[in-house]
Write a protein of this length. Structure first.
Length: 542
């Protein structure tokens, strides 16, 4: 502005105009420069963007290639794995098949071995011993002693197992000692989940033997609460037997055996067999007839005695034998008899039977004269037996037989003078009283007396087995009424099966070991070949 001082307005305006033009010029050149610079920059950016895009697409292509390779490799891997899997599956299938084959072969071999073992048992007259381990039950927890919870838990711990179907494994542990496993072998071992069906399945062949002419005895041995009565009869409801239960799967050996006997008889010629039942209890070394009736026909137990006959057999004179036509008649009778059986609660079991129960089915078979002497399997024994039971029944006698045995059994028509023979075979089913020692049952007074009688009779049984095992000339059958009554089955010509019953809990370890010891000794008894009563060949029976 200093330069403008003293200048005219025109000059000033001109000056301004010239300056404006100059500035305009300058501005436009600036704009151009700027434009250029921007353009250059844009070009550069575009170029780098382009090269970046190129790089990116290259990288993308490279990476997608790698990915593709990876995917391909993975797919290949999966395919390989699939193939390997298929191979494994095939191998597993092959293995499964061969395992199945081996198992089948093993089962066959086992059956063969069992059959051989059975023949051996038969030849040697061994006592068969089956062992059943019952499940742990709520009452196993019940204290009865004032002991700590920990100790209580220990006591109800399971220590007896079925290692397999022929082996019992017992974990024996004492405080402060390492536990030892002990094993016991028997003809058959049932684990705690095996049903009454399974137990009976192994008993059934003995009943076929019964009708083939063998005497059979099945006895349950074990401490109180180990499942003897459950195994022999079935579950008890309020101390009574639920025989008529709809659920037949719970029935024990006695009702099932009777059903089976009648089923087998139904396949034979009608009228040639009849069945009689006796129910006896051995209580405090006395024998009671549980089917005896008073003059009003009411059953009440009467004391009987056991004697040895001239033939050296044991017999109970005056014992009531009731003829039964079918299994339900039998069950009705046994149920009535059982109501008279002595029972007292013990610490171990609320419905503990304090007596030995012996249910006997006597099967009388009529054999007709035509067949005598032709088809006996054992001639010598046949002659002896002919002497024993062969007789000539006139028609009247035969009628009286059928009348006394039963009104309804359809008698066979035969000639008045035809020679017939009666052959009797016997099935004895025994539910022994508990084998525990006095301390375990926690009884006193009269019950203590009962227990000592039970113990004495069971040790008499063990002594008898011991004497037979050692083939001593004198077998002390008469030391107790129980052994005297069972003499023919234990020492004589019967197929004998001992059903050992075991409680699995630690609390009962001593008792279980005692029972297992009894079973082991019983297995070692050899009584000589079991004799068959003489029957004609079935095809020849009339
Ligand atoms: P024991 O006659 O030896 O004294 P029980 O047969 O009376 O013994 O059995 C004692 C209890 O155990 C009963 O309540 C019975 O129902 C139950 N029991 C026994 N064995 C079995 C088993 N295998 N399965 C289920 N319950 C059983
Ligand atoms: Mg019982």
């Amino acid at each position: 502005y200093q330069g403008l001082a003293g200048r005219s307005t025109n000059e000033v305006l001109q000056l301004y105009a010239a300056r404006g033009g100059q500035q305009k010029l300058q501005r436009s050149s600036l704009v151009t420069q700027l434009h250029r610079a921007i353009k250059k920059r844009l070009k550069q950016d575009l170029k780098s963007l382009h090269s970046f895009a190129l790089e990116l697409s290259k990288e993308f292509r490279r990476q997608s290639k790698t990915c593709l390779y990876q995917v391909l490799a993975a797919v290949q891997g999966v395919q390989l794995q699939n193939e390997a899997m298929q191979m494994f599956q095939i191998k597993a299938f092959d293995l499964e098949q061969s395992l199945q084959e081996v198992t089948e072969r093993y089962e066959k071999e086992k059956q063969k071995r069992r059959a051989l073992h059975n023949s051996l048992v038969e030849l040697r007259g061994n006592i068969r011993v089956h062992c059943r381990i019952r499940p742990l039950l709520p009452f196993d927890d019940a204290a009865g002693h004032s002991i700590s919870q920990d100790r209580q838990r220990n006591l109800s711990e399971k220590v007896a197992y079925a290692a397999d179907d022929e082996t019992v494994l017992v974990k024996c542990s004492r405080p402060g000692h390492a536990s030892i496993n002990k094993t016991f072998q028997f003809e058959r071992v049932y684990n705690d989940s095996e049903s009454q069906d399974a137990v009976f399945a192994d008993v059934a062949p003995l009943l076929t033997s019964l009708l083939d002419g063998y005497n059979v005895c099945i006895m349950a041995y074990g401490q109180t609460g180990s499942g003897k009565t459950y195994t022999m009869l079935g579950p008890q409801v309020e101390g009574n037997f639920a025989f008529a239960i709809e659920d037949e799967s719970e029935l024990g050996i006695i009702p099932r055996a009777t059903q089976e006997v009648f089923r087998l008889i139904s396949e034979k010629p009608p009228g040639s067999y009849w069945v009689e039942v006796s129910v006896v209890e051995v209580y405090n070394n006395e024998i009671f007839d549980l089917l005896a009736k008073d003059s009003y026909g009411k059953v009440f137990s009467i004391k009987r005695d056991v004697v040895t006959t001239r033939e050296g057999k044991s017999d109970v004179p005056l014992l009531t034998h009731e003829t039964v036509e079918n299994a339900s008649e039998f069950l009705h009778l046994v149920k009535k008899g059982l109501q008279l059986r002595v029972r007292h609660p013990t610490l171990v079991h609320a419905h503990s039977s304090r007596s030995h129960l012996v249910v006997t089915l006597t099967i009388t078979t009529l054999v007709f004269g035509d067949n005598f002497g032709t088809s006996w399997e054992d001639e010598q024994a046949s002659q002896r037996l002919n002497k024993d039971v062969s007789c000539t029944f006139p028609q009247k006698t035969r009628d009286s037989i059928s009348a006394s045995s039963s009104g309804t059994s359809s008698p066979v028509q035969f000639e008045a003078t035809e020679k017939i023979k009666q052959v009797k075979t016997r099935l004895q089913l025994v539910d022994l009283a508990g084998s525990e020692c006095v301390g375990m049952s926690g009884v006193t007074g009269a019950a203590l007396r009962e227990t000592s009688f039970i113990n004495r009779s069971l040790s008499a049984l063990a002594d008898v087995l011991g004497a037979i095992a050692e083939q001593r000339s004198h077998v002390p059958y008469r030391n107790s009424k129980l052994t005297h009554l069972l003499q023919d089955s234990v020492g004589g010509d019967a197929k004998l099966l001992v059903m050992l019953c075991i409680s699995p809990g630690q609390k009962y370890l001593t008792e279980s070991m005692q029972s297992l010891g009894f079973g082991t000794r019983a297995r070692q008894v050899q009584r000589g070949q079991v004799k068959k009563k003489n029957f004609p060949m079935p095809s020849k029976a009339k």
